[in-house]
Ligand binder design. Structure first.
Ligand code: ISL
Ligand code: CA
Length: 562
């Protein structure tokens, strides 16, 4: 039986640097700002820090469009600042992982600038194709395939100078690298080794399951009402993905050096994940799935929100627990810089129930098996931004998809309602450190959340019953209890639409978790739960002292059964 990897009892804190803390007064977060707040993160008990991209970038997609992988963008600081941040993090026992964005670069990267020249040896570092047979290059329909970009419009951009199109699954300023080219792969691995040699402890890998596409590139199916094809299987989980992951692992010593890796996988089911995170192979430590964060969206994705059916969420997480138990490893997340705030999406962000529901959601997530991720602001129960006009949005995804859908005849008001619930900007409002803000002395790049006077780190931290105090308790349970780290997960009451109940079992140790996931009282079918006669209440978010028969709105209880 393989010893569990060190990250099986670790908790990751994700920082979106642009929105975390601004130390030089330009309204944009920076590395000095992170250095100034490391105690807040270490104080939660987090073990790993994940920084969203801080590399040199035109900032077309807020840094996920990289023009120099081995330099820090002046917006965030310098390599010397990075070295200081890394040292300060390590002093506090925090490991630091970098965001690896190598499915694509910026169109301003030197590699792409060279690649624009058809005679350059770097032409084949990207995916160039002539216009579709029989079409005038540069005219509608002449794109090499009918694929759509994640950010709206075609996935192909016509390059007048060379008379060919290049592929970009994201913005036209994010051309896809050609991973079929061994020179591309070697250059990526060399860059990764450069960061590992500098002291980085691992990588979060951006849309890593898109690096192996299915060739020859071919048209996909176009859904009704859509202008392009979004048939993800044409570009995700391609035939060489495992080969590339193992080649990368060996070239960078990811397993040998026990480096932390998590692969972000747009469209990845539990069978794919079991292969990608297999303990018997040198691939990835874990993956981010999108299944559980797509249950409340229709075919239009974030602009097409649907009601969430709790049993669907419970059963999806349970499927992943079962599918990876003993063979692979799970990430556990509800929030990141691409997802709306979970207390607004899954909880109840009203004055009355915000804190209780934020703790209830954290209890559910942190007591599953896997590595939990805390996204900046989640630890104080931050809520969605409350934007109502398209002018308030900054996110290229929101603006691109909104334009595409309006051009296709969709109702702007309905789209704005969808964005209000699901847009990525909901998670990108600046971190509120004090009731006055505390993020910057200048005008912030995105407005502060209007709840800042009441929802901020200082106010929450001063409250012994605040959300962050509760996160500290949950993280302590993961650090101290093998049953939390390694215990087998069993879902109880799977069809119950109000209660989330499950056990964790590890040898003689057994935990029972019961959570009321509604804003109303909930009766608990005691006969369908294990006997709690001799149980010990380990943790609760409401301390009602009442029997388990009736749970208060959003009441969570964790019992040690033996
Ligand atoms: O959630 C999404 C898909 O349903 C999208 O918001 C997101 O583009 C997708 O998750 C991929 O995300 C990653 O790659 C993008 C970048 O915009 C995201 O911020 C990053 O997390 C392109 O690099
Ligand atoms: Ca700044």
């Amino acid at each position: 039986e393989l010893a569990p990897p060190w990250w099986s009892s670790a908790v990751v804190y994700q920082i979106y640097p642009r929105s975390f803390a601004d130390a030089n007064g330009d309204g944009i977060g920076d590395l000095r700002g992170i250095i100034n707040h490391l105690d807040h993160i270490a104080g939660l008990g987090a073990d790993v820090l994940w920084l969203s991209p801080i590399y040199r970038s035109p900032q077309d997609d807020n840094g996920y469009d990289i023009s120099d992988y081995q330099d820090i963008d002046p917006l965030f600081g310098t390599l010397a600042d990075f070295d200081e941040l890394l040292a300060r993090a390590h002093e506090r026992g925090l490991k630091l992982i970098m965001d690896l964005v190598v499915n694509h670069t910026s169109d301003e990267h030197a590699w792409f600038v060279e690649s624009r020249d058809p005679a350059s040896p770097k032409r084949d570092w990207y995916i160039w194709r002539p216009a579709r047979e029989g079409f005038e290059p540069g005219t509608p329909g002449a794109e090499p395939t009918n694929w759509g970009s994640f950010f709206g419009g075609s996935a192909w951009e016509y390059d007048e100078a060379s008379g060919e199109y290049y592929l970009h699954l994201f913005s036209r300023k994010q051309p896809d690298l050609n991973w079929e080219n061994p020179d591309v792969r070697a250059a990526v691995y060399a860059m990764m080794n450069w960061w590992v040699d500098r002291g980085a402890d691992g990588f979060r890998m951006d849309v890593i399951n898109l690096i192996s596409k299915t060739y020859p590139l071919a048209d996909g199916a176009v859904a009704p009402g859509q202008p392009f094809s979004f048939e993800i299987d044409k570009v995700a989980n391609g035939p060489r993905l495992v080969e590339f992951l193992e080649e990368m692992n060996h070239a960078v010593g990811l397993t040998d050096k026990q480096l932390f890796t998590v692969g972000e996988m747009v469209s990845c089911d539990v069978d794919h994940a079991r292969a990608y995170t297999s303990r018997e192979h040198d691939r990835l430590g874990m993956v981010f799935t999108f299944e559980h964060v797509s249950l409340d969206q229709g075919p239009g994705g974030k602009l097409d929100p649907r009601p969430l059916h709790l049993p669907d969420l419970k059963k999806n997480l349970a499927l992943w627990q079962e599918g990876l138990y003993g063979e692979g490893w799970n990430s556990l997340y509800f929030e990141n810089h691409d997802q709306p705030r979970s207390v607004s999406r899954l909880g109840d962000d009203s004055e009355e129930y915000r804190i209780a529901s934020a703790k209830a959601l954290a209890t559910a997530l942190h007591l599953h098996q896997g590595t939990p991720y805390v996204y900046q602001g989640q630890e104080i129960g931050m809520t969605n931004a409350g934007f109502t006009t398209i002018e308030q949005y900054a996110d290229i995804e929101a603006l691109g998809q909104f334009k595409q859908m309006v051009d296709a005849g969709a109702d702007p008001e309905a789209l704005l309602a969808g964005l209000g619930k699901m847009s990525r900007d909901n998670a990108r409002t600046p971190m509120p450190w004090t009731p006055e803000g505390g993020f910057t002395d200048a005008t912030p790049w995105l407005p502060l959340n209007p709840t800042t006077p009441t929802i901020n780190v200082a106010s929450d931290g001063a409250d012994p019953h605040g959300v962050s105090a509760y996160y500290r308790e949950l993280i302590r349970l993961r650090h101290e209890l093998p049953v939390v780290q390694m215990g087998r997960f069993d879902l109880l009451l799977p069809e119950d639409e109000r209660l989330w109940a499950f056990t964790r079992t590890w040898g003689e140790d057994r935990l029972l978790v019961v959570i009321n996931m509604t804003s109303a009282l909930a009766g608990v079918p005691m006969a369908e739960l294990p006997d709690i006669e001799d149980a010990r209440l380990l943790l609760t978010n409401l301390s009602t002292g009442q029997d388990l028969q009736t749970l208060q709105p959003w009441e969570a209880r964790v019992y040690a059964l033996s």
